[in-house]
Design a protein around this ligand. Structure first.
Ligand code: GLC
Length: 485
């Protein structure tokens, strides 16, 4: 009976942690919860997990300080886990015109859009096609991958009656770490997010795309701009909201870009841009001045890029489900959850638990956690007990909460870098399924801003920037096209 009551309390607390925007510190509150009663080995272990996944205010202050020193090093060309890549562009003024194809390659989907800009910030999307990038292309040769991309472009041109004669400018959103060499060229530094197509790292991805287009017989497309998804997101959002100076992706991967004064980019050797600002693609997924748990290390060992993208692997959708699976599997092995012999092999398969299920668990507000019960039965556990389902939801919330608090720490670091006293309003354009779909992800981020900045936290506004990356890239392509005349 006592155990049921405690688990019920745990359930209520976990629901509250996610629903509440106020400053709830999981480590403190649950520590009290546990220490107020005689602990058993199981409970001690759960407490240990809770501590492992907590991100305390002190941790956040340390992350901010480390972000600043890594940013400084990255901007001056010294070795740093933040690459701070100049994008060769700034936000646009809003007078851009023309018709563009936007090609957006970021995760498992490839999107192609036809974008019309009217010169007064009006944007019309006259066609959107989505294509799935199958595993065989992600893991095959670069030539096969780019041939497939060219095939998708060809299909898009046909289905949207786009001319094969007249010159068409294409904006290429390529959401990987690229050493940008001009606005329309850049070499892939390293793949991430499950991609490992051979022969692409170190090569100019625009040249690879051009070659594939020629092989396909498409001669009239000119790649006008090569853009990271964060940069596209920032440019698109700042079209609507002038105060937007930070673009963030919280999806399959995570990254951010912001507007930097050209004088601060010590490694910049090119001409000063007209606006005297340039957007910097931080590649913050690579940030590595942070400690990880045993489960993170185990997950990392099973990725195609072990030891890389450490921060991204604690935050983004590609990895959260796998971390959750590893914790669950451990709890099952220790006989702490699903104490049923049918559960022994549950969650044994690597990468089988998708991060979406964490959103599903968080959204299950029913008293018997019915949606979780159905999910578990689909996984092969025909019968599950309520206590285990409560614990399932709670553990998931700890991992998601860590992700949101880390994202908020990183956003805070960049804003403080731009505006140390937080004197002006900063709109943060954010896109990505983790941010969009995990219930109250935004609320958890805001509670961190509140913890750090009190009243001044109202100067940080997170604003959803749906599918901005392709549109932003088209806007940049328009700037380039107008400069070229
Ligand atoms: C990965 C890529 C980065 C991209 C991010 C979000 O971290 O390296 O370029 O912006 O994913 O898609």
């Amino acid at each position: 009976m006592k155990k049921i009551l405690i688990l019920l309390l745990l359930f209520l607390l976990s629901a509250d942690l996610l629903a509440n925007n106020s400053q709830v510190e999981p480590r403190g509150s649950n520590y009290d919860l546990y220490s107020s009663r005689s602990s058993t080995a199981d409970e001690d272990f759960i407490r240990y997990i809770e501590k492992n996944f907590a991100v305390t205010p002190d941790d956040i202050r340390e992350i901010i300080a480390n972000f600043h020193s890594e940013m400084r090093k990255g901007l001056s060309g010294q070795e740093s886990s933040l690459q701070m890549i100049p994008s060769f562009t700034d936000v646009a003024i809003g007078k851009e015109t023309g018709k563009f194809i936007a090609l957006d390659l970021g995760g498992t989907n490839l999107r192609v859009l036809a974008v019309d800009l009217d010169g007064a910030k009006g944007i019309e999307i006259s066609g959107v096609n989505r294509y799935v990038i199958e595993k065989k292309y992600m893991e095959g040769t670069g030539e096969e991958l780019f041939n497939y991309i060219a095939e998708c472009i060809d299909n898009f041109m046909k289905s949207n009656n786009i001319s094969y004669e007249k010159k068409v400018d294409l904006a290429f959103t390529f959401s990987f770490a690229v050493d940008q060499t001009s606005i329309d060229s850049g070499k892939l530094i390293s793949w991430s997010k499950g991609f490992e197509a051979s022969g692409v790292e170190g090569k100019d991805v625009v040249a690879l795309l051009n070659e594939a287009l020629r092989r396909k017989g498409i001669k009239n497309i000119k790649v006008a701009a090569l853009v990271n998804d964060t940069v596209g997101t920032l440019v698109a959002k700042s079209y609507e909201e002038q105060a937007c100076d930070l673009g963030v992706i919280l999806g399959t991967g995570t990254n951010a870009c912001y507007r930097e004064k050209i004088n601060n980019i010590k490694k910049w050797k090119g001409l000063a841009p007209k606006s005297s600002n340039m957007i910097i693609n931080m590649e913050w997924g690579d940030f590595d001045k942070i400690s990880v748990t045993y489960y993170d290390r185990e997950m990392d060992a099973g990725t195609i890029n072990p030891k890389e993208h450490k921060f991204e692997k604690m935050i983004s959708g590609m990895y959260l489900g796998e971390i959750f699976r590893l914790v669950l599997r451990d709890l099952i092995k220790r006989d702490i959850i699903f104490k049923d012999e049918n559960a022994v092999n549950l969650f044994d398969k690597q990468w089988s638990l998708k991060s979406e299920f964490m959103s599903l668990a968080a959204n299950d507000k029913s008293s018997n956690l019915g949606a979780i019960e159905v999910f578990l039965s689909e996984q092969g556990l025909k019968k599950s007990d309520l206590q285990s389902r409560i614990l399932f939801k709670y553990i998931s919330s700890l991992i998601a909460r860590r992700s949101a608090r880390l994202s908020a720490a990183a956003v805070s670091a960049v804003i403080l870098w731009m505006d140390p006293e937080l004197e002006r309003k900063h709109i943060v354009g954010i896109d990505g399924a983790v941010y969009e779909r995990y219930p109250d992800y935004k609320g958890i981020m805001e509670s961190v801003f509140n913890e750090l900045f009190g009243d001044k936290s109202k100067n940080i506004v997170c604003d959803y920037a749906k599918d901005g990356s392709g549109i932003g890239a088209a806007i940049i392509a328009a700037v380039v096209a107008s400069e070229e005349g």
